[in-house]
Write a protein that binds this ligand. Sequence first.
Ligand code: ZN
Length: 114
Amino acid sequence: MNDALEPLFAAIRANLAATRNSCHKESLFARLRNLAGSDEPVDYPEAPTPVFPTRITIAYSVCSRSCGSSAFLVDGGPQTCDFCGGLMFRSHQAEYALAPETPSEPAPHLSSAT
Ligand SMILES: [Zn+2]
């Protein structure tokens, strides 16, 4: 297994040395830091109440032939493959509207039997 890692590390070093895009470089470092991390629980910040957009574009995206993954990506969001980390290609897109709020009802499996 370690023999398989060395060519990958060499390719990463070459990629870092060749890239002039500082965002790409920082993104690659962040991924490497994440890969080198421990199994400690992630410390997430307290999230403010979000304002959801009323309309949003969703793109059906595919990864490389060698990966074979596909996903629906939100416009403006990350375009990287969750499986291999590669850049995904957006093949089709559609616009979605926020559904109107409906009164909340208990889920059928949670309703009490009377
Ligand atoms: Zn992929």
